[in-house]
Design a protein around this ligand. Structure first.
Ligand code: TYD
Length: 414
């Protein structure tokens, strides 16, 4: 059994196992299929610090490389979200001449654009060369590497200390979390801020978002677990705010201990989590039971559609979809194809299940009778974009928070 990656003191207690799973972003090229890598996908909770985490991990170099499938800029709503996040950071450093902002895991530069436009000195750090090339092409300052205690020291030597270090949907990916936090402590100015956001384990539990669990998501943070992690590095959690993206995230603001007065929101989140039993073993045992029910009901809904002669496809070849598809044992016989806007995923097969990924134009030219919304976190954007589908009798099927058909007029009310 694995020891907790966060506190290093207790053995993790597994609560949900999906069995052998592929890597969620490892789309298969039908022309050169190669051998797929499988691992045992299971999550557990530390009985000491309560950190929820994967029990077994895929090596970083297998996941984050020069053919990284995910480009952040595929959603208009996410572009707006990151413009607002960057605006908040720019507001915090506006009074500091020569302020320096570092973004860990900058991907294609969706957030860095705003710093460049505002004339803020910036550096994006990412190990994936292909997404970084997109950022570099737009004139952004980037560095290809993981963010570790060593690379942070190099950055500090080359550029000086950072007033803000930001990260979105990145910190939860980093198994060597202590190297990342050591790097932050090395690079941050005396009163600098480390601001990051990630899917919130409280939202995952509340919404039964079982497909948030996949290889790249090593940690499932709460205010309490981040509070503990920060303290272990001499940092203090000084603010927590909810963010309405990816099904519910928390944004954490950390500073060196005693340098910033904490917002009352920190105590509110910690109390709310304690009162709701978010750290308790029973919460996760119940979540695992609900996961099995959702799997059974999704299989039944898709089989039922096929029995009625209805053709089923999917929308959004998300990393998340790999978990739900493989957990349910679905394949091209049940889900004919999945529409996705990402050019690098189109023409490929989904990991493990080998469902073909097609451009949205194919979905429009050859619409199914029912579409499983695998990008459920983009429901409003996708249902609005494809409003013709429900209008002509197509039905959207979701499985978050439970298996159900989305009412046809929900895009206009969402
Ligand atoms: P996302 O839910 O952001 O994340 P993850 O892969 O981490 O689970 O991925 C969204 C996917 O859905 C991405 O492959 C792009 C695709 N997508 C579309 O095809 N059309 C759209 O309108 C939107 C918003 C996303």
């Amino acid at each position: 059994m694995a020891v907790c990656l966060a506190c290093g003191r207790h053995q993790i207690e597994p609560f949900l196992s999906f069995g052998r799973m592929p890597m969620a972003d490892a789309f298969v090229d039908p022309a050169s299929p190669g051998e797929e890598f499988f691992f045992n996908l299971a999550v557990g909770r530390c009985p000491g610090c309560t950190m929820v985490q994967l029990c077994e991990r895929v090596p970083d170099a297998r996941m984050f490389h020069d053919a990284y499938a995910y480009f952040s800029s595929t959603s208009a709503r996410m572009r707006d979200h990151f413009a607002r996040f960057a605006g908040e950071i720019i507001g915090r450093v506006a009074d500091r001449a020569g302020a320096f902002v570092v973004e860990i895991g900058c991907n294609d530069g969706i957030m860095l654009d705003a710093f460049r436009d505002a004339g803020v000195r910036h550096l994006g750090v990412d190990p994936a060369g292909n997404v970084l090339a997109a950022a570099r092409d737009r004139g952004l300052t980037v560095r290809q590497s993981f963010f570790t205690r060593d690379s942070a020291a190099d950055i500090a030597a080359a550029h000086g200390p950072a007033d803000v270090i930001a990260a979105a949907n990145v910190v939860c990916h980093v198994a060597d979390i202590h190297s990342l936090f050591d790097g932050v402590v090395r690079l941050l100015t005396a009163d600098g801020l480390f601001i990051f956001e990630d899917p919130y384990v409280g939202a995952i539990v509340a919404q039964n978002a079982i497909d948030q669990i996949y290889d790249e998501h090593v940690f499932y943070f709460s205010a309490a677990s981040v509070h503990g992690l920060a303290a272990a590095h001499g940092l203090e959690l000084v603010d927590v705010t909810a963010q309405p993206v990816h099904g519910g995230e928390l944004r954490y603001v950390l500073a060196r201990g005693g340098r910033h007065a904490p917002s009352p929101r920190v105590e509110e989140w910690l109390s709310r989590e304690a009162e709701s039993g978010l750290g308790a073993a029973g919460t996760y045992a119940a979540f695992a039971r609900r996961a099995a029910g959702i799997r059974d009901r999704l299989i039944a809904a898709i089989d039922g559609a096929a029995a009625r002669g209805r053709r089923v496809a999917g929308y959004g070849a998300t990393a998340k979809s790999s978990t739900i598809i493989n957990y349910c044992g679905l394949g091209p016989a049940q889900v004919a194809f999945i529409a996705d806007v990402t050019p690098g995923k189109q023409g490929k097969l989904t990991p493990g299940a080998h469902i073909p990924v097609r451009p949205p134009e194919y979905f429009r030219a050859s619409p199914p009778d029912e579409a499983v919304l695998f990008a459920w976190n983009h429901e409003r954007e996708i249902l609005a974009k494809e409003s013709w589908f429900a209008a002509r009798g197509g039905r959207w099927l979701t499985y978050v928070p439970d298996v159900r058909y989305i009412p046809p007029d929900s895009a206009s009310h969402a």
